[in-house]
Write a protein that binds this ligand. Structure first.
Ligand code: BES
Ligand code: MN
Ligand code: ZN
Length: 489
């Protein structure tokens, strides 16, 4: 999608998008003689101008016909939110409409540069599609929209978009691609290749640990998960050093490229969803892409723990005891609680190698978090009040919503094992909390840590203003905003 900014509407053929704030029809003033008929049509359609209401009409203009898309926006909500809903709603409506060009006129909204740039952000995010495997799309299903011009916004919008939001679009797009690809295409090795190709020339330094190297280090928990698969595990390390000297902040992602459950195998129905069990790792890769692309003034190390969880002849069994990189031992009661095993070695590795002051891990870790928070929020667990507050703020600003969940010693006790230092599952009750407690056992004292359980957020069955059904890219905007607010200050 080509996105441009302009001071006034161009001439020629295009669909015109106008915001309508509730009952206020002032943005129709620019329609000249068509204004009254359009307003009457809105009344007949009982158009209330509520957020994301759309009325589509056609008006005659100099002997030809122009498509008008009127999008409801609620004044009183923040300009950022209005901007993103407007851009996303408009492009969702027009993407496959047959129109090639759209003009979104925001003059009536008094937007500053950033709000105007966010219209473009939403346009770019909402128009993302992945049609690689759809060889039989009918012409009417294909995207036609090629160009969007945003008119009448604040000065400097173009510059703001390019420096702040286009990089985020690149990061989110990478994440969505990784999450969307099926598990026969994206497995640990090919995940690394895809990310490497995407980050080439970005300034991100890449290290990869293969199975032999991880074995030597003693990453028995991560490798135990991988051993039932013919696909070898990888640990992908992405380093962005854009800041002054000092300890890095670590982002750690669960990258289970497919989760069958292993010997504790999952039911068949819906198991295909487990191709996106690498959404946390996908978010880490996308965030690094965004940060490097906008040259963020921060030092970040991103770790993707990449494995496939399969029930092969060499798969680990319930009851097996593994020794983690930290030296602690784990009784694997349920091979389907594999994400925490992967993360335990990944967080141990990042602490011993990079001494980060802060670790944020992201994982599609538990079905229980979906029971708790549905598909609206990801769960946030943290050992540090300040870090939790910063993440909640970044969540509210970015739209990647978080809800704080508790940690506590009574939950930790539920992981005690009669044979090893801990077992990998607790009882059903509080399942997301015991999963978080498990990871916390691998966080060294003094390290600020947050865990984000995003099982309900990596994939959406319903579209929103900024994504179509499917991969959402959750986590990229959150981490990017956190870096901008906290590390670049
Ligand atoms: N990847 C799943 C969690 C998940 C479930 C993500 C549904 C998205 C949708 C994870 O590895 C898992 O299987 N968790 C188990 C843990 C249980 C065995 C303690 C779960 O949630 O059932
Ligand atoms: Mn599992
Ligand atoms: Zn999993």
């Amino acid at each position: 999608m080509q996105i441009r900014f302009a001071d006034s509407r161009p001439t020629g053929d295009y669909a015109l998008v106008l915001p309508i704030a509730g009952k206020d029809r002032k943005s129709l003033g620019s329609l000249g003689s068509a204004q009254q008929a359009v307003a009457a049509a809105l009344d007949r359609q009982r158009f209330e101008g509520e957020a994301s209401n759309v009325s589509e009409q056609f008006v005659e203009e100099n002997g030809s016909v122009r498509r008008l898309v009127l999008v409801g926006v609620v004044s009183g909500t923040s300009p950022d939110e209005v901007a993103e809903k407007l851009g996303g709603t408009a492009v969702a409506r027009l993407l496959t409409s047959g129109e090639k060009k759209a003009v979104i006129d925001v003059s009536a909204l008094g937007f500053d540069a950033d709000a105007t740039a966010r219209v473009a952000l939403a346009v770019a995010l909402r128009s993302w599609r992945y049609d690689r495997y759809r060889t039989k799309l009918k012409d009417t299903q294909k995207a036609t929209l090629e160009e969007v011009v945003i008119v009448g916004g604040g000065a400097g919008a173009q510059q703001r978009y390019e420096s702040r939001w286009a990089p985020v679009v690149e990061g989110v797009s990478l994440t969505r691609e990784l999450v969307t690809e099926p598990a026969n295409i994206i497995y640990p090795e090919s995940f690394v290749q895809r990310v490497r190709a995407s980050l080439e020339g970005s300034g991100v330094e890449i290290d990869v640990l293969d199975r032999a190297q991880m074995e030597k280090l003693g990453m028995g928990a991560l490798l135990g998960v991988a051993q039932g698969s013919v696909r070898e595990a990888r640990l992908l390390v992405l380093k962005w050093n854009g800041g002054a000297k000092g300890e890095p902040t670590a982002f750690v992602g669960k990258g289970v490229t497919f989760d069958t459950g292993g010997i504790s195998i999952k039911p068949a129905a819906g198991m295909e969803a487990m191709k996106w069990d690498m959404g946390g790792a996908g978010a880490v890769a996308g965030a690094l892409k965004a940060l490097a692309s906008r040259k963020a003034k921060a030092n970040i190390v991103g770790i993707c723990g990449l494995v496939e969880n399969m029930p092969g002849g060499n798969a680990q069994r319930p009851g097996d005891v593994v020794t983690t990189l930290s030296g602690q031992t784990v009784e694997v009661i349920n091979t389907d609680a594999e994400g925490r095993l992967v993360l335990s070695d990944a967080v141990a590795y990042v602490q011993r190698t990079y001494k980060p002051s802060t670790i944020i891990d992201l994982a599609t870790l538990t079905g229980a978090i979906i029971v708790s928070l549905g598909h609206e929020w990801a769960g946030l667990f943290s050992n540090n009040e300040e870090l939790a507050a910063e993440l909640l703020k970044a969540a509210a600003e970015s739209g990647d919503k978080l809800w704080r969940m508790p940690l506590g010693e009574p939950f930790d006790r539920l992981l005690d094992s009669p044979i090893a230092d801990m077992k990998n599952v607790g009882p059903r009750e509080g399942g997301s909390i015991t999963a978080a407690q498990f990871i916390q056992r691998f966080i060294e004292s003094g390290v600020k840590w947050a865990h984000i359980d995003m099982a309900g957020k990596a994939w959406a069955d319903k579209p929103s203003a900024t994504y179509e059904k499917g991969a959402t890219g959750f986590g990229v905007r959150l981490l990017d905003q956190f870096v901008a607010d906290v590390l670049e200050k």
